[in-house]
Design a binder for this molecule. Structure first.
Ligand code: A2P
Length: 321
Protein backbone atom coordinates (compact mmCIF):
# COMPACT_ATOMS: atom_id res chain seq x y z
CA UNK A 1 0.00 0.00 0.00
CA UNK A 2 1.27 3.44 -0.84
CA UNK A 3 1.53 5.42 2.35
CA UNK A 4 0.83 9.10 2.47
CA UNK A 5 2.70 10.18 5.52
CA UNK A 6 4.61 13.28 6.46
CA UNK A 7 8.18 12.07 6.11
CA UNK A 8 9.50 14.35 8.81
CA UNK A 9 7.25 12.68 11.39
CA UNK A 10 7.66 9.10 10.40
CA UNK A 11 10.07 6.26 9.91
CA UNK A 12 8.08 5.16 6.92
CA UNK A 13 8.66 6.22 3.38
CA UNK A 14 6.65 9.17 2.20
CA UNK A 15 5.38 9.26 -1.31
CA UNK A 16 2.77 11.84 -0.68
CA UNK A 17 2.91 15.52 -0.31
CA UNK A 18 6.58 16.31 -0.31
CA UNK A 19 8.85 17.55 -3.03
CA UNK A 20 11.59 15.42 -1.55
CA UNK A 21 11.57 13.72 -4.90
CA UNK A 22 14.26 13.97 -7.54
CA UNK A 23 13.23 13.74 -11.18
CA UNK A 24 15.93 12.24 -13.42
CA UNK A 25 14.48 12.62 -16.92
CA UNK A 26 17.05 14.66 -18.92
CA UNK A 27 19.70 14.26 -16.22
CA UNK A 28 22.71 13.37 -18.31
CA UNK A 29 25.00 10.48 -17.50
CA UNK A 30 28.04 12.24 -16.07
CA UNK A 31 25.76 14.53 -14.04
CA UNK A 32 23.16 12.28 -12.48
CA UNK A 33 25.58 10.50 -10.10
CA UNK A 34 26.40 13.76 -8.31
CA UNK A 35 22.76 14.90 -8.50
CA UNK A 36 21.50 11.78 -6.69
CA UNK A 37 24.18 12.00 -4.01
CA UNK A 38 23.62 15.68 -3.50
CA UNK A 39 19.83 15.17 -3.35
CA UNK A 40 20.03 12.42 -0.75
CA UNK A 41 22.49 14.47 1.30
CA UNK A 42 20.02 17.39 1.12
CA UNK A 43 17.27 15.14 2.52
CA UNK A 44 15.52 13.73 -0.57
CA UNK A 45 14.30 10.17 -0.07
CA UNK A 46 12.48 9.53 -3.34
CA UNK A 47 14.18 9.18 -6.74
CA UNK A 48 12.10 8.88 -9.90
CA UNK A 49 13.81 6.87 -12.64
CA UNK A 50 13.11 5.13 -15.95
CA UNK A 51 15.25 3.03 -18.29
CA UNK A 52 14.44 5.29 -21.26
CA UNK A 53 16.20 8.16 -19.47
CA UNK A 54 19.44 6.28 -20.22
CA UNK A 55 20.96 6.86 -16.78
CA UNK A 56 19.78 4.05 -14.49
CA UNK A 57 23.27 2.44 -14.38
CA UNK A 58 24.79 5.66 -13.11
CA UNK A 59 21.97 6.12 -10.60
CA UNK A 60 22.67 2.55 -9.44
CA UNK A 61 26.30 3.48 -8.84
CA UNK A 62 25.23 6.49 -6.79
CA UNK A 63 22.81 4.39 -4.73
CA UNK A 64 25.45 1.74 -4.15
CA UNK A 65 27.86 4.42 -2.90
CA UNK A 66 25.19 5.92 -0.61
CA UNK A 67 24.38 2.53 0.93
CA UNK A 68 28.03 1.43 1.29
CA UNK A 69 29.00 4.70 2.89
CA UNK A 70 26.08 4.44 5.33
CA UNK A 71 24.61 7.78 4.20
CA UNK A 72 21.20 6.21 3.79
CA UNK A 73 19.69 2.73 4.08
CA UNK A 74 17.82 1.04 1.24
CA UNK A 75 14.63 0.91 3.30
CA UNK A 76 14.76 4.68 3.84
CA UNK A 77 14.57 5.34 0.11
CA UNK A 78 11.65 5.19 -2.28
CA UNK A 79 12.81 4.25 -5.78
CA UNK A 80 10.42 4.45 -8.69
CA UNK A 81 11.06 3.16 -12.20
CA UNK A 82 8.99 2.45 -15.29
CA UNK A 83 8.25 -0.24 -17.85
CA UNK A 84 9.25 1.04 -21.27
CA UNK A 85 6.95 0.76 -24.29
CA UNK A 86 8.95 -2.06 -25.89
CA UNK A 87 8.30 -4.46 -23.01
CA UNK A 88 4.48 -4.46 -22.83
CA UNK A 89 4.07 -8.08 -23.95
CA UNK A 90 3.64 -10.32 -20.88
CA UNK A 91 6.83 -12.32 -21.55
CA UNK A 92 8.93 -9.12 -21.65
CA UNK A 93 7.75 -7.53 -18.40
CA UNK A 94 9.80 -9.54 -15.92
CA UNK A 95 13.03 -9.25 -17.97
CA UNK A 96 12.45 -5.48 -18.11
CA UNK A 97 12.14 -5.01 -14.36
CA UNK A 98 15.10 -7.35 -13.81
CA UNK A 99 17.26 -5.22 -16.11
CA UNK A 100 16.21 -2.07 -14.26
CA UNK A 101 16.92 -3.73 -10.90
CA UNK A 102 20.35 -4.87 -12.13
CA UNK A 103 21.15 -1.36 -13.40
CA UNK A 104 19.96 0.31 -10.21
CA UNK A 105 21.72 -2.40 -8.13
CA UNK A 106 18.51 -3.06 -6.19
CA UNK A 107 16.50 -6.12 -5.22
CA UNK A 108 13.09 -4.47 -5.42
CA UNK A 109 11.46 -1.23 -6.53
CA UNK A 110 9.14 0.75 -4.32
CA UNK A 111 7.04 1.67 -7.31
CA UNK A 112 6.96 0.39 -10.90
CA UNK A 113 4.86 2.19 -13.50
CA UNK A 114 3.74 1.49 -17.07
CA UNK A 115 5.42 4.48 -18.74
CA UNK A 116 2.87 5.09 -21.53
CA UNK A 117 -0.33 3.55 -22.87
CA UNK A 118 1.64 2.94 -26.07
CA UNK A 119 3.42 -0.26 -27.12
CA UNK A 120 6.41 -0.76 -29.41
CA UNK A 121 7.68 -4.01 -30.90
CA UNK A 122 10.19 -5.73 -28.61
CA UNK A 123 13.70 -4.35 -29.09
CA UNK A 124 12.55 -1.03 -30.60
CA UNK A 125 13.81 1.81 -28.43
CA UNK A 126 11.71 4.52 -30.06
CA UNK A 127 9.25 3.56 -32.82
CA UNK A 128 9.82 5.62 -35.98
CA UNK A 129 7.53 3.83 -38.43
CA UNK A 130 4.20 2.00 -38.41
CA UNK A 131 5.78 -1.47 -38.34
CA UNK A 132 7.76 -0.62 -35.18
CA UNK A 133 4.63 -0.01 -33.12
CA UNK A 134 2.68 -2.79 -31.43
CA UNK A 135 -1.06 -2.15 -31.50
CA UNK A 136 -3.18 -2.30 -28.37
CA UNK A 137 -5.01 -5.23 -30.03
CA UNK A 138 -1.75 -7.22 -29.97
CA UNK A 139 -0.55 -5.83 -26.66
CA UNK A 140 -3.70 -5.06 -24.65
CA UNK A 141 -3.18 -2.78 -21.66
CA UNK A 142 -5.04 -5.30 -19.50
CA UNK A 143 -2.44 -8.00 -20.27
CA UNK A 144 0.42 -5.60 -19.51
CA UNK A 145 -1.27 -4.54 -16.28
CA UNK A 146 -1.83 -8.19 -15.26
CA UNK A 147 1.92 -8.70 -15.79
CA UNK A 148 2.58 -5.76 -13.46
CA UNK A 149 0.26 -7.32 -10.85
CA UNK A 150 2.40 -10.48 -11.02
CA UNK A 151 5.54 -8.44 -10.23
CA UNK A 152 3.69 -6.86 -7.31
CA UNK A 153 2.60 -10.26 -5.97
CA UNK A 154 6.17 -11.52 -6.18
CA UNK A 155 7.51 -8.49 -4.32
CA UNK A 156 9.72 -7.22 -7.15
CA UNK A 157 7.70 -4.01 -6.99
CA UNK A 158 6.12 -3.01 -3.68
CA UNK A 159 3.61 -0.76 -5.45
CA UNK A 160 2.51 -0.53 -9.07
CA UNK A 161 0.90 2.09 -11.23
CA UNK A 162 0.88 3.87 -14.55
CA UNK A 163 2.00 7.11 -16.18
CA UNK A 164 0.24 9.26 -18.73
CA UNK A 165 -3.11 7.50 -18.34
CA UNK A 166 -6.35 9.41 -18.80
CA UNK A 167 -9.65 8.57 -17.12
CA UNK A 168 -10.72 6.17 -19.88
CA UNK A 169 -7.58 4.06 -19.71
CA UNK A 170 -7.66 4.01 -15.90
CA UNK A 171 -11.34 2.99 -15.87
CA UNK A 172 -10.54 0.23 -18.36
CA UNK A 173 -8.01 -1.31 -15.96
CA UNK A 174 -10.30 -0.81 -12.95
CA UNK A 175 -13.14 -2.61 -14.77
CA UNK A 176 -11.09 -5.49 -16.11
CA UNK A 177 -8.35 -6.30 -13.57
CA UNK A 178 -8.22 -7.54 -10.01
CA UNK A 179 -6.21 -4.56 -8.83
CA UNK A 180 -6.35 -0.87 -9.78
CA UNK A 181 -3.20 1.21 -10.36
CA UNK A 182 -1.96 2.75 -7.11
CA UNK A 183 -0.34 5.71 -8.85
CA UNK A 184 -0.84 7.75 -12.01
CA UNK A 185 2.12 9.95 -12.94
CA UNK A 186 1.22 12.71 -15.41
CA UNK A 187 2.37 16.14 -16.52
CA UNK A 188 0.87 18.54 -14.00
CA UNK A 189 1.54 22.21 -13.18
CA UNK A 190 -0.40 25.49 -13.02
CA UNK A 191 -0.93 25.50 -16.82
CA UNK A 192 -2.15 21.88 -16.76
CA UNK A 193 -3.82 21.35 -13.38
CA UNK A 194 -5.50 18.08 -14.46
CA UNK A 195 -8.48 18.86 -12.24
CA UNK A 196 -10.89 16.25 -13.66
CA UNK A 197 -8.25 13.53 -13.65
CA UNK A 198 -7.27 14.45 -10.10
CA UNK A 199 -10.92 14.19 -8.96
CA UNK A 200 -11.24 10.81 -10.66
CA UNK A 201 -8.02 9.52 -9.10
CA UNK A 202 -9.05 10.72 -5.64
CA UNK A 203 -12.41 8.95 -5.95
CA UNK A 204 -10.68 5.76 -7.00
CA UNK A 205 -7.89 5.89 -4.43
CA UNK A 206 -5.18 6.40 -7.05
CA UNK A 207 -2.33 8.68 -5.98
CA UNK A 208 -0.89 11.17 -8.43
CA UNK A 209 2.61 12.35 -9.24
CA UNK A 210 3.26 15.56 -11.19
CA UNK A 211 6.04 15.42 -13.78
CA UNK A 212 7.51 18.43 -15.59
CA UNK A 213 6.33 20.80 -12.83
CA UNK A 214 8.38 23.63 -14.40
CA UNK A 215 7.25 22.86 -17.97
CA UNK A 216 10.45 20.95 -18.66
CA UNK A 217 12.36 23.84 -20.28
CA UNK A 218 15.42 21.63 -20.90
CA UNK A 219 13.63 19.29 -23.31
CA UNK A 220 15.29 18.70 -26.69
CA UNK A 221 14.43 21.45 -29.18
CA UNK A 222 12.60 18.95 -31.42
CA UNK A 223 10.14 18.29 -28.57
CA UNK A 224 9.36 21.97 -28.14
CA UNK A 225 6.97 24.36 -29.88
CA UNK A 226 8.30 27.81 -30.85
CA UNK A 227 5.51 29.62 -29.01
CA UNK A 228 5.66 27.73 -25.71
CA UNK A 229 4.67 29.82 -22.68
CA UNK A 230 7.31 30.00 -19.96
CA UNK A 231 5.91 28.75 -16.68
CA UNK A 232 9.01 29.87 -14.77
CA UNK A 233 8.28 33.45 -15.92
CA UNK A 234 4.56 33.49 -15.16
CA UNK A 235 3.56 36.91 -13.80
CA UNK A 236 0.91 35.68 -11.32
CA UNK A 237 3.25 33.09 -9.81
CA UNK A 238 6.10 35.59 -9.84
CA UNK A 239 4.04 38.10 -7.80
CA UNK A 240 3.24 35.48 -5.17
CA UNK A 241 6.86 34.28 -5.08
CA UNK A 242 8.18 37.82 -4.66
CA UNK A 243 5.74 38.63 -1.87
CA UNK A 244 6.89 35.54 0.04
CA UNK A 245 10.59 35.92 -0.70
CA UNK A 246 10.78 32.53 -2.41
CA UNK A 247 11.42 31.43 -5.99
CA UNK A 248 8.81 30.82 -8.69
CA UNK A 249 9.96 27.19 -8.76
CA UNK A 250 9.31 26.81 -5.03
CA UNK A 251 5.90 28.44 -5.40
CA UNK A 252 4.94 25.94 -8.10
CA UNK A 253 6.14 22.99 -6.00
CA UNK A 254 4.23 24.24 -2.95
CA UNK A 255 1.08 24.65 -5.07
CA UNK A 256 1.33 21.05 -6.35
CA UNK A 257 1.91 19.70 -2.84
CA UNK A 258 -1.02 21.71 -1.46
CA UNK A 259 -3.18 19.46 -3.67
CA UNK A 260 -1.69 16.34 -2.04
CA UNK A 261 0.11 15.42 -5.23
CA UNK A 262 3.68 14.14 -5.25
CA UNK A 263 6.01 16.23 -7.46
CA UNK A 264 9.30 15.32 -9.15
CA UNK A 265 11.32 18.41 -10.07
CA UNK A 266 14.37 17.54 -12.16
CA UNK A 267 17.63 19.27 -11.40
CA UNK A 268 21.30 18.42 -11.64
CA UNK A 269 22.34 21.69 -10.02
CA UNK A 270 23.30 21.43 -6.34
CA UNK A 271 21.81 24.81 -5.37
CA UNK A 272 18.53 24.20 -7.19
CA UNK A 273 18.30 20.63 -5.82
CA UNK A 274 18.49 22.14 -2.33
CA UNK A 275 16.11 24.98 -3.18
CA UNK A 276 13.51 22.55 -4.52
CA UNK A 277 13.75 20.45 -1.35
CA UNK A 278 13.20 23.56 0.75
CA UNK A 279 9.83 24.02 -0.95
CA UNK A 280 8.65 21.40 1.56
CA UNK A 281 8.58 24.19 4.12
CA UNK A 282 6.61 26.65 2.00
CA UNK A 283 2.97 27.15 2.89
CA UNK A 284 0.68 29.00 0.53
CA UNK A 285 -2.44 30.76 1.80
CA UNK A 286 -5.79 29.75 0.35
CA UNK A 287 -5.86 33.09 -1.52
CA UNK A 288 -2.47 32.36 -3.10
CA UNK A 289 -3.59 28.87 -4.07
CA UNK A 290 -6.78 30.27 -5.56
CA UNK A 291 -4.83 32.86 -7.58
CA UNK A 292 -2.76 30.07 -9.12
CA UNK A 293 -5.85 27.89 -9.63
CA UNK A 294 -7.43 30.64 -11.69
CA UNK A 295 -4.51 31.29 -14.05
CA UNK A 296 -6.21 31.03 -17.40
CA UNK A 297 -3.27 29.93 -19.49
CA UNK A 298 -3.54 26.28 -20.40
CA UNK A 299 -0.66 24.35 -21.91
CA UNK A 300 0.58 20.75 -22.22
CA UNK A 301 4.35 20.72 -22.82
CA UNK A 302 4.79 16.96 -23.34
CA UNK A 303 2.16 16.40 -25.97
CA UNK A 304 2.82 12.77 -26.84
CA UNK A 305 2.69 13.60 -30.55
CA UNK A 306 6.01 11.78 -30.96
CA UNK A 307 3.89 8.59 -30.63
CA UNK A 308 1.24 9.50 -33.17
CA UNK A 309 3.21 10.27 -36.35
CA UNK A 310 4.70 8.32 -39.27
CA UNK A 311 1.79 5.91 -39.69
CA UNK A 312 1.51 5.14 -35.97
CA UNK A 313 -1.66 3.22 -35.04
CA UNK A 314 -2.06 5.61 -32.05
CA UNK A 315 -3.86 8.93 -32.07
CA UNK A 316 -3.70 11.71 -29.48
CA UNK A 317 -7.31 10.88 -28.57
CA UNK A 318 -6.30 7.25 -27.78
CA UNK A 319 -3.29 8.43 -25.86
CA UNK A 320 -5.03 10.76 -23.44
CA UNK A 321 -8.45 9.07 -23.36
P1 A2P B 1 18.83 22.33 -13.78
O1 A2P B 1 18.83 20.84 -13.92
O2 A2P B 1 20.02 22.98 -14.41
O3 A2P B 1 18.58 22.80 -12.38
P2 A2P B 1 11.07 19.95 -15.07
O4 A2P B 1 11.24 19.43 -13.67
O5 A2P B 1 9.76 20.61 -15.32
O6 A2P B 1 11.37 18.89 -16.10
O7 A2P B 1 12.15 21.12 -15.29
C1 A2P B 1 13.52 20.85 -15.27
C2 A2P B 1 14.24 22.12 -15.69
O8 A2P B 1 14.05 23.13 -14.68
C3 A2P B 1 15.72 21.96 -15.83
O9 A2P B 1 16.16 22.79 -16.88
C4 A2P B 1 16.26 22.43 -14.52
O10 A2P B 1 17.59 22.91 -14.66
C5 A2P B 1 15.32 23.55 -14.18
N1 A2P B 1 15.16 23.77 -12.74
C6 A2P B 1 15.13 22.86 -11.75
N2 A2P B 1 14.94 23.43 -10.55
C7 A2P B 1 14.86 24.76 -10.78
C8 A2P B 1 14.69 25.91 -9.95
N3 A2P B 1 14.54 25.78 -8.63
N4 A2P B 1 14.67 27.13 -10.55
C9 A2P B 1 14.83 27.27 -11.89
N5 A2P B 1 14.99 26.24 -12.72
C10 A2P B 1 15.00 24.99 -12.18
Amino acid sequence: MIQIINYANSNSISLGFTSSTLGTWKSEPGEVYEAVISAVKSGYRHIDCAPIYGNEKEIGEALSYLFKDGIVKREELWITSKLWNNAHLPENIEPAIKQTLADLQLEYLDLYLIHWAVAFKPGIVFAQSADEFETLENAPLVDTWNGMIELYKRGLAKNIGVCNFGIGNLQHLIDNCEMAPQMNQVELHPYLPQTKLHDFCKKNNIHMTAYSPFGSPDRQAKMKADDEPSLLNDSTISEIAESKGISIAQTILAWVMSREICVIPKSTNKGRIKQNFEANDVELTSEEIEKINTIEKSYRYVKGDFFTQNGSPYSLEDLWR
